[in-house]
Structure formats: structure tokens, C-alpha cells
Design a protein around this ligand. Sequence first.
Ligand code: IPE
Ligand code: IPE
Ligand code: MG
Length: 255
Amino acid sequence: MLNKFTNLTKMNKESNQGVQLDLSRVPKHVAIIMDGNGRWAKKRGLPRIAGHREGMKVVRKIVRRANQLGINALTMYAFSTENWKRPKPEVEFIMKLPEQFLVTYLPELIEENVQVRIMGEEEGVPSYTLKAVHEAVERTKHNDGLILNFALNYGSRYEITSAVRKLALEVEQGNLRSEDVNEKMIGSYMMSNDIGDPELLIRTSGEIRLSNFMLWQLAYTELWFTDVYWPDFSEADFDSAIHDYQNRGRRFGGV
Ligand code: IPE
Ligand code: IPE
Ligand code: MG
């Protein structure tokens, strides 16, 4: 039997990559802020939407890689509650991408045992977008491979506010005492609760901020930033992030 390192060295050779990863220590849940589509396009004299289209292909590539590495879940920030501020044609284009992505790739994702999920506020999202995503969720719900969790119309403050509201209602109705509210309970109201907190967060494009993404869940997550624009992000970049993660000392406040 091949050992865990040999195995991956072979995989790395196949995709012409350099870093050696320990497959027994890959993060279970990786979250990605896919940023830089617009600037990627601008640099090429293309409209911003060209960057979004290119970015969609990269999602496919990284999902395949994550699956190869045995990662359990990938949460991808696709559209934030703040992104409605963008010009209407751009928003419309982005909202058509999930359908395009799934028409193109759903058969392959099913083949690869991927389970598609969505987190975010559905209100305001066009019905054609929801229809495509719900269909993918339904058709893949029994798959037990990689969880591909799209954050669509997602905002962390919205998520936390909804959680507080639900808890307040429980107290109001006499089902819960305020002194019994604890971290676990609050966490259980987060949309990604059953996936667990991400061990690693990746953000592309050189911006060093969270932009309202998973504020509760990222409390002890390892953060990894790169200047690479999302459409240029490669499997090798992804591997580098995992490699860095594997070389960090996670202490969680201990020694
Ligand atoms: C990320 O790329 C995609 C979305 C936010 C939908 P951007 O569109 O933010 O690209 P930049 O940051 O303007 O380059
Ligand atoms: C964050 O990127 C949202 C997504 C990647 C979907 P933005 O481009 O919207 O974030 P800011 O505006 O740079 O903070
Ligand atoms: Mg951006």
C-alpha cells in the first residue's frame, strides 16, 4: 500500500505541482472568498462579467482538487448581501451563473459524489437562480462526498441577527431562559452549523478583510490571503494554502 505522502506526490506530479501535503491532516472545512473577478477582467480590457464567467470555471477546478485531497466541505462566497449595490446588469449576470454552472457541471458533480448546498437569504434572489440551486441540492442530497456549500446572498451580520431574533422569540415565548443561552446554542443557529467551523479561510485578490463572511464561524480559523485574482487561482495555489495551514501551530488560546 502506498503511504499518504507517496500517494500525493504522485498526484502532485500529475498536476505538475510542487508542495507536498500530508493527506492525513487536510482541513475538513475550507471557506473561500473568491475575489478579484472584476480586476482580472479590467486588466485584460474586458467587461467585469468576463471575470465572473472565468471565475466559474475556477470553482469547478477547485472543487475537483478539494475532492481529490479528501476535504469534507468547501464553502464558497458567491454573492454577499452587500453585492446588491453593484450595477444591475452585473448583478443579473452573477445571478445567472449558478444555473449556468449547474447545467454545465452538475452531471460531473453527481458522478463525483458531491453534495451541493446553499446558505444565505433566499428573499430577493431571482426565482431562476433558486430553481437551479434547489434542483442541484435535491439531486445531490444523498451524495456523501465533498459538500459544496454556496454562500449566495449571504451576510454574516444578517445571519447573526436572525439567530438573535430566533433566540429572543424563544425567550419571549417562555421556552428558554436568557441565562441558558450559550455558545453552542448560538452556533446551532448559524447556517453552516452541521458542517462545522472552517479550519482554513482563503481570500484571493489581495484584499485583507472578511467582508461580512462567517464572522461567528471564523473565530479560530487560519486565514490565508493571496494577491492572485480568483480567475487565475490554480490547484497549485490551493495546495499552497493547505500546505501553509499544515505548517501552522494552532493553539486555540492554549500553549
Ligand atoms: C468577486 O469578484 C465576485 C463577487 C463579489 C461576486 P469581484 O467582482 O468583487 O472582483 P473585484 O474585487 O471587483 O476585482
Ligand atoms: C466579497 O467580495 C464577496 C464575495 C466574494 C462574494 P467583495 O468584492 O464584495 O468585497 P469588498 O467589497 O471588496 O469588501
Ligand atoms: Mg471584490
